[in-house]
Design a binder for this molecule. Sequence first.
Ligand SMILES: [Zn+2]
Ligand SMILES: [Zn+2]
Ligand SMILES: [Zn+2]
Ligand SMILES: [Zn+2]
Length: 650
Amino acid sequence: MKRTIKNLAVIFMMVIAFCLVAVQASAADASALSFTACEGGVMVSDCNESAKGEVKIPAEYNGSKVVKIGDNAFDNCVDITSVIVPEGVKVIGNSAFEGCMNLAEISLPESLTTISSYAFFGCDALKTVALFPNVTAIEEYAFYDCASLESIAIPEGIETVAAGTFGECAALKTLFIPISVKNVESSAFINCKALENVYYTGSMFAWYGITWYEDNDSLVNTSTSKFGHVHAHTPLVTTQPTCTEKGKATFTCECGNAYKGDVDALGHKAETIPEVKATCTEAGSTAGEKCSGCGIILTPTSIIPATGHKTVVDAAVAATCTATGLTEGKHCDFCGEVFVKQEVVEKIGHKFDYESLKKATTTENGERKGTCKLCGYQADEVLYNVSVFKLSTSKCTYNGKKRTPSVTVKDSAGNELIKDRDYTVTYADGRKKPGVYNIKVTLKGEYEGSKTLKFTIAPGKTSNIKATATKTNAVKLTWKEVTGTTGYRVYVYKTTGGKTRTKVASVTTNSYTLKKNYAGKSLVMGTEYKIAIVAYTKISDKTVIFAENGVAYTFKFAPSAPTLKVTSPSKGKAKISWSDVSGETGYQIYYSTDGKKFTKLDSYKGWPDAQTKSGFKSSSTCYFKVRAYTKVGSKTVHGAFSPVVSVKIK
Ligand SMILES: [Zn+2]
Ligand SMILES: [Zn+2]
Ligand SMILES: [Zn+2]
Ligand SMILES: [Zn+2]
């Protein structure tokens, strides 16, 4: 009797079932069991009486199917609490679990047909037992004195409830009796005083047709008997279904009647694999479908080959006397990629047969009269003087490459003149090293005169500026040599004092020692200064090209050496004091027992009062020195040490 289910409650039940299965799996233990051969396979013949907790009986032993729980196999295993009997077992033998007083749960297989006499006799803790439709025999006293058993459903098909089967089940509250039952033998339900919900599939007439042994009268007369009961089974999933495989569930009615059945496979859940369009150069793929549950491909995708470019020609446009043209180009009509770029063709300019021509100069207008040989344009007009001569760039920084800036020439009406027709350009040689170069524009054709433009290549920016050997009154500056320079100017900025810079020196090498007192001025200790080194190239006495401001470097002069005083006021102690110097961040004190090897005793932020230190050896001579330090960012600049002071410790 297998059924399948198709309702949503299953999903909820599955979650619960999954949790239960997971917990049970870790507690299984079958090492306590013994097996012997029997008809059709092997049987569990014994269980060690010290076995505890859950016992999961294997479905096979040494390659043979376990088909039976032997007589007395588990009797008096008082510490086992639950037993899982595998599918395949058909018979539970006489007294198999008799006296298992802590056995609270037992999971029986669908394959079970026979529960022999006294099988669960005296299982005090057993609360509920699900029996499946294949059970056709429950023998005498099988569940006698199961004092905690709350519910039992007698399998449909059983005709006789044998003597003592459920006797003394004092907690039995819910009972199902199928219509197949015709006889109830002596003591089958004796002293089942808690019976409350008795379900019966037959009519009241059939109920009173059952032959009862007289000591079962309390059951016969139970006023809560429910006649004509119709089962309503609810599934508890024990094996999860997958997309393609059925799952398992136990279906149970409130009356206790149960059967095991399948749960429908979930079926694949189609999910679209989106189409990927092919491009000119890359293949795409058609849309497909896959299962969102197991990932299997349901509808495979197929490759869409790359389309390849579709090349179209961009036609050339001829230049005219007054309008620019374009060269022929090529591009892809699909993706727009340009294969041959269209270049602008300069306008041709009129070519006159002159009746008269007065040439324009840089200062004076001219005049033309005549007809264009190309387009027929008839001119009788002013030729404006040439007033604009412009370089694309007039100053750049040395980079080791030759420079050729372009030239734009316009008349005073704003019309651009045409190179080679209206003027030629002559560049001075070189144009690589720092210097000033001439670029001469010579007018021709309808124009006359010339103009010389200046183009400057400046030396590079100074970099890698460092301050080394920072001393109280001086700091040595070095920097990377700049190609093509005549020399460098050294400037000082006060970082807290705005943007004004002061020129300190002009040098011809890439180093300079900046002194605190220079040219009658004085820099201040403890103040942060920035320096800038500007490279320059001297062209003549009148012409000097300066580079951009070199990278500035922040520094401070080192603080001066303090004056130190040390006395010994009492046993093992030294009292240390020193003069406050300016511009310091703090002080570091060193001491020595031999005047040669000094170690750091302490360090202070700011200038502290006199410090008394203890722990010196009595009657020894100790040596001390102190120095100030200052910080530039995270870098520490140390001042010079004070002279060493010795003291005899009391
Ligand atoms: Zn039912
Ligand atoms: Zn699937
Ligand atoms: Zn393309
Ligand atoms: Zn023309």
